[in-house]
Design a protein around this ligand. Structure first.
Ligand SMILES: CCCCCCCCCCCCCCCCCC(=O)SCCNC(=O)CCNC(=O)[C@H](O)C(C)(C)COP(=O)(O)OP(=O)(O)OC[C@H]1O[C@@H](n2cnc3c(N)ncnc32)[C@H](O)[C@@H]1OP(=O)(O)O
Ligand SMILES: Cc1cc2nc3c(=O)[nH]c(=O)nc-3n(C[C@H](O)[C@H](O)[C@H](O)COP(=O)(O)OP(=O)(O)OC[C@H]3O[C@@H](n4cnc5c(N)ncnc54)[C@H](O)[C@@H]3O)c2cc1C
Length: 687
């Protein structure tokens, strides 16, 4: 029944203006309009079909990705799309590709790590895609430990070149006799990139200056073959069908490959013609700048992935019915469902379903707003760096690292929870959730393993605690540590469930918990004579303190957002309820920490749970409208369970019919393997 909206009754229940919420979600009217136009352009173009991905063999899958990326580039140039429109187009094409690394890491690395002169040479080529680049940092033996990288770049003053080399060690200690220390993992490296930013230890005159970035040409611009000394290829299939296998993550060995001296990225430090090493007036950590940029992008991306999963699970939870009475259904049912499902309960009405789903819905909104704020923070730190103000760099590093860790962990777990929320059908590829999970879950590892990143936050926290009382006033996201004395002794004043809607009360609860956990770690650390040993021993506690700090940031940025003028009927009220669900579900989940740090009492924890249930009831009639506000096309969602019109069952049935296994009634292999087996059983049965 084309054109029927099976979720119309749900949509009619909304108590807020969905169009206004769409603009809040997008960030501005302009961003909304661009996203709306470009997403429809992609959705309506059959060249961007993606429902066949789980079924395609790797080679075909990969070739398809190349085709789509080339076609997207053709559209971008022919339609003269702006940078913003072009990046939205790649986003809505929704297929991991070498272009993510070219635009997302190679270009930012050139911008952040090269001198103006170097940028004027390389950026125009990269912008026109006359060269395609990747970010080659991780090695087979070293990923998290960047300082441990072993590829070398040795300056040769005779020729004014660097010799880039991946060492091959013959190691008797190793299980294998020969250990190849190659670059391993970079996306776009395996089959596509013509160039790479390679990270290697810089050696001049026998001295090791640590890890630096170099621009290395990998492949011939004539025939795409690897240049002399370069061995390059794909590292093989990854988790899931389709999924991230559209990406050519690669392996690279460099055998004494020579590059001109001016291909060292020289913004942070330089090597002169005479081979002298010089450091600019900027902190050495700026070599890590590209990672700060990408981590900030990944936080913004988390809300996109989580909102997709939540949109699917919410719509399907309103469509799906289980149990209940056969006599008379809720009056809000559409004619279609009243007829066929009279009296059955929509699974979204189960409190247990709401208790799993609504905190994820709230997290999607929370991550959206913290992502917006982090973008602001990144822009701010970049502007400061440009005028040699490095004061906010440690905070920017801690925030990007910590929030990348927090949001990607919650999103990966959330996508899997959404799959379970969809019951059996969630396990079908046509639900879109298995592929979404398989594509998303490496975000917990790439751009910094999430635990390793939380330990960076913990170091920042311990440093801040150690400076309390020194006269250095903590600022920004860590400013609450300046009130640590008050936060250590204060007690929660909540007396009624509604008191948990008071923003200053909520903020103090999260601040007190974070401050107390950090101070407790610092006190325990001080018992160790060797601080590094203490840090290692207490690392599990430190990670928990870092999580508490990062959750405080997300909560505080959501509350800040609500202080702004938010137009549209009922929009602000709904966002207040969503925000309440976010922080109260965190409070409930981490109740042990709030209680153990003695800021709240068990009675106050129980009141928080009462308030949380009340907010679920407030959000329930608005749930479909809240996910409609993401403004996702059915193409982008890529899910039958999440389709806009809610007409799930016929679509599932039709899709199943199209599975290649159903091309024939009798399967291939019947005559070889099934028939003889069945015959043999028949034979033995007769005996
Ligand atoms: C690409 C797409 C983009 C588009 C976006 C769209 C989003 C969707 C994404 C989809 C596509 C994504 C594709 C996948 C891309 C993956 C690419 C990669 O994985 S690439 C590979 C990614 N690989 C990784 O992420 C590796 C992870 N490992 C690391 O980052 C480092 O080894 C480390 C941080 C763990 C340790 O560092 P180490 O130096 O050994 O030791 P210390 O701890 O002693 O630190 C010393 C001092 O430095 C400080 N500091 C540190 N970092 C920073 C920073 N960034 N800044 C500033 N400061 C920093 C630190 O605070 C300390 O300060 P202080 O106390 O002295 O004042
Ligand atoms: C899909 C994908 C795409 C990628 N793309 C790129 C790319 O484009 N370019 C690139 O250069 N790299 C890329 N990478 C590599 C990625 O950046 C690294 O895998 C990542 O930084 C993690 O490092 P690792 O693999 O060495 O993990 P490991 O450090 O080996 O982690 C293994 C385990 O050890 C733990 N651990 C490690 N160190 C510590 C510690 N100090 N304290 C406590 N626990 C610790 C971790 O928590 C983890 O549980 C990609 C990886 C993936 C999966």
């Amino acid at each position: 029944m084309a054109g029927v909206d099976y979720l119309a009754d749900e949509r009619n229940k909304a108590e807020f203006d969905v169009d206004s919420m769409k603009i809040v979600w997008a960030g501005s009217r302009h961003t909304f309009e661009v996203a709306d136009r470009i997403s429809k352009l992609v959705a309506n173009d059959p060249a961007f079909r993606k429902d066949d991905r789980p079924m395609l063999p790797r080679k075909e899958l990969f070739k398809n990705t190349l085709r789509k990326a080339a076609y997207a580039w053709k559209l971008i140039t022919e339609l003269r799309l702006s940078e913003e429109e072009a990046s939205k187009l790649r986003f809505f094409v929704d297929e991991p590709a070498y272009t993510d690394l070219h635009w997302g890491m190679f270009v930012p690395a050139l911008k952040g790590q090269c001198t103006d002169e170097q940028q004027s040479k390389w950026l125009p080529l990269a912008y026109k895609m006359q060269i395609i680049g990747c970010y080659a940092q991780t090695e087979l033996g070293h990923g998290s430990n960047v300082q441990g990288l072993e590829t070398t770049a040795t300056f040769d003053p005779q020729t004014d070149e660097f010799v880039i080399h991946s060492p091959t060690l013959t190691s008797s200690k190793c299980y294998h006799t020969v250990e190849v220390l190659c670059t391993w993992w970079p996306g776009g490296l395996g089959k596509v990139s013509t160039h790479a930013v390679v990270y290697a230890r810089l050696i001049t005159d026998g001295k090791d200056h640590g890890v630096h970035g170099f621009i290395v040409q990998l492949r011939s611009m004539e025939d795409h073959k690897p240049l002399p000394g370069i061995t390059v290829g794909d590292i093989g299939m990854k988790f899931g069908n389709g999924a991230y296998n559209t990406m050519d993550n690669g392996v690279l060995t460099l055998d004494h490959v020579r590059i001109p001296r001016d291909q060292m990225m020289m913004r942070v430090s330089q090597v002169t013609r005479e081979g002298k090493y010089k450091q600019s007036d900027v902190p050495r950590q700026l070599v890590y700048g590209t990672m700060v940029y990408v981590r900030q992008k990944i936080v913004a991306d988390a809300s996109c992935a989580l909102s997709k999963a939540v949109c699917i699970a919410t719509r399907y939870s309103a469509v799906r019915r289980q149990f209940g009475s056969q006599n008379g259904g809720p009056e809000t049912q559409s004619a279609h469902y009243r007829k066929s499902y009279t009296g059955l309960i929509q699974v979204i009405d189960y409190k247990t379903q709401q208790n799993r789903l609504f905190p994820l819905l709230a997290s999607a909104y929370a991550f959206r707003f913290v992502g917006e704020w982090l973008k602001w923070l990144y822009t701010d730190v970049t502007q400061r760096l440009a005028v040699n103000d490095f004061s906010t760099l440690p905070e920017a590093h801690a925030c990007t690292a910590g929030l990348k860790s927090l949001t990607t962990t919650a999103t990966a777990d959330g996508i899997e929870e959404c799959r379970k929320l969809c019951g059996g059908h969630g396990y079908l590829c046509t639900s879109g959730l298995p592929e979404l999970f398989a594509v998303y879950v490496p975000a917990c590892t790439y751009e910094g393993d999430n635990i390793v990143l939380l330990l960076q936050v913990a170091r920042f926290l311990m440093k801040t605690v150690s400076q309390i009382g020194s006269g250095k006033q903590p600022v920004g996201t860590i400013a609450y540590m300046g009130r640590v004395e008050h936060l250590l002794k204060s007690r929660c004043s909540v007396q009624r469930a509604e008191d948990w809607l008071n923003p200053s009360q909520v903020l103090e609860a999260f601040e007190a918990r974070a401050a107390r956990m950090s101070v407790s770690c610092a006190q325990n650390l001080s018992k160790f004579s060797n601080p590094e040993e203490g840090f290692a021993e207490l690392s599990a506690d430190l990670v928990e303190a870092a999580v508490a700090h990062c959750q405080l940031i997300v909560v505080s940025k959501f509350l800040d957002k609500l202080q702004q003028d938010i137009p549209g009927k009922g929009v602000k009220q709904l966002l207040q309820a969503v925000c309440g669900i976010y922080y109260l579900s965190l409070l409930h989940k981490h109740q042990g920490e709030f209680l153990a740090t003695s800021y709240i009492t068990p009675k106050q924890a129980a009141l928080a749970s009462d308030q949380l249930r009340a907010l679920y009831s407030k959000v329930r009639p608005n749930a479909i409208a809240l996910v409609d506000s993401f403004n996702y096309t059915d193409h982008f969602l890529g899910s039958i369970l999440g389709c806009y019109d809610g007409n799930v069952y016929p679509k599932l049935y039709e899709a199943a019919k199209k599975d290649p296994l159903n091309d024939t009634v009798v399967p291939d292999g019947y005559h070889e393997y099934l028939k003889p087996l069945l015959k043999q059983q028949l034979h033995s049965a007769k005996l």
